[in-house]
Design a protein around this ligand. Structure first.
Ligand code: ADP
Ligand code: GN1
Ligand code: MG
Length: 377
């Protein structure tokens, strides 16, 4: 906390830091909310006297080149700001803005080598860990669709690759095989279940990468991590007002995002559910989420994009399960955990979700067909 306080001081010119406290439930960075009093707010229309900002210590094990993140963030927030100015939405939507240090830099490197950055706090909004109902699912999908639409004209060569290999499923399979060959894990019935689960789905892992290699799917700017708690909702109305956690914005397939958003937004029990056998994919939530998404991004999807939507919905929860399971086998080196079995439990949740998706494949394909028909009429 002392380090966080010292870092917070770097991002204020006037006034005093009143409070620094841990914030949110991210699995990668250390996030704090800082309250400042007595200085002008960096928000254009912020209240005088007291304001808050988000302070984050970026995880350098996951993101070895955090300076690339800051470049992308500045580019993307400016692009979205300009587009919304040209084509107003008629409702609130914003991305967090990068706040600068007293020296005018977009980050602060402390004496221990930690990389700190500050973002404007999205006021009057909150994020939920679990999807509440179909209205919430629709808003989450709407926010992702809007994000894709607003960035669809940003040339991808301008975006740095902040996390090489992210969402490249065959690469995660290789890492899994390397982890299995290691000796840092013990056998258990759950481990045996996960191993069998992965073996039975080896044929699945190449589907999106092959489509990309064959030119059937194209790279576009993506969010990379559009799960439910990264969409902020207006407190009184429940409308989506912001997307946060933009560190994985980079060139990718919109399919990664759609699959990720659905594995989070159509799993009402959430990804940390202890009774993993109860986890299921809810097609009503999925329909609402996809309808919200297509209301904004329907026009940027090609016929081939639609062809691979179901594959993405099946693949991305499987991929996340594989990532959690691998991390468990490696001794929990990537995701933050509350206990040593946490990543194994999270893997089981994602694998159970994948099973539920597979069991409802025809229903999900029908939802995609229905919504596509509606988008075209
Ligand atoms: P991580 O990458 O570790 O998930 P996030 O950037 O998602 O970290 O931040 C963690 C949580 O903090 C988010 O889920 C959200 O609830 C909250 N948060 C992040 N940025 C902001 C912001 N600019 N304004 C308000 N809340 C935020
Ligand atoms: C991580 O940072 P956070 O908690 O929003 C992860 C995502 C996973 C997610 C699962 C950079 O996201 O890929 O889908 O956990 N982010 C990174 O909750 O690996
Ligand atoms: Mg997050």
């Amino acid at each position: 906390m002392k380090q966080a306080l010292a870092a917070a001081q770097q991002f204020i010119c006037h006034g005093q830091v009143r409070d620094v406290r841990e914030y949110g439930r991210g699995r990668i960075h250390d996030t704090f909310v800082v309250t400042v009093s007595g200085g002008p707010s960096p928000q254009p229309a912020g209240p005088p006297g007291r304001y808050r900002f988000i302070l984050q210590r970026l995880n350098r094990r996951v993101f070895p080149r955090p300076e690339l993140i800051m470049g992308n963030l500045r580019l993307v927030t400016e692009h979205v700001r300009q587009r919304l100015q040209r084509e107003p939405l008629g409702r609130r939507f914003e991305l967090p803005r990068v706040l600068l240090t007293r020296e005018g830099r977009d980050h602060f490197l402390d004496p221990q080598g930690s990389f700190w950055r500050a973002l404007s706090f999205i006021e009057g909004a909150h994020s939920l860990e679990l999807v509440r109902d179909a209205g919430h699912a629709r808003e989450v999908g709407w926010a992702l669709g809007l994000f894709h639409r607003l960035l669809s004209d940003l040339p991808i060569h301008l975006l740095a690759d902040t996390l090489p290999g992210f969402h490249i499923t065959p690469r995660y399979l290789k890492q899994y095989e390397a982890a299995l060959a290691g000796d840092g894990w013990r056998e258990s019935p759950e481990v045996a279940f996960c191993m069998r689960f992965v073996e039975e789905r080896r044929g699945l892992v190449h589907v999106l990468e092959e489509a990309k290699a064959r030119g059937r799917l194209a790279l576009r700017p993506i969010h990379g991590d559009p799960k439910v708690n990264n969409v902020l909702l207006d407190v009184p109305t429940g409308q989506a007002v912001a997307l946060v956690d933009l560190d994985t914005v980079k060139p990718g397939l919109v399919h990664y995002d759609i699959g990720d958003c659905l594995r989070s937004g159509a799993n009402p029990l959430g990804e940390d559910m202890e009774n993993w056998e109860e986890v299921r994919f809810d097609p009503h939530l999925a329909r609402a989420l996809l309808a919200g998404y297509l209301s904004q991004a329907g026009d940027i999807l090609t016929d081939l994009d639609y062809v691979y939507l179901y594959d993405a919905i099946q693949l991305i929860p499987f991929e996340l399960g594989l990532r959690y399971f691998t991390d468990y086998l490696q001794g929990n080196v990537y995701f933050k955990v509350a206990h040593p079995e946490h990543n194994l439990q999270r893997a089981l949740v994602q694998f159970r979700l994948t099973q539920s998706i597979e069991a409802q494949a025809e229903t999900i394909r029908q939802i995609i067909r229905d919504l596509r028909g509606r988008a075209r009429t």
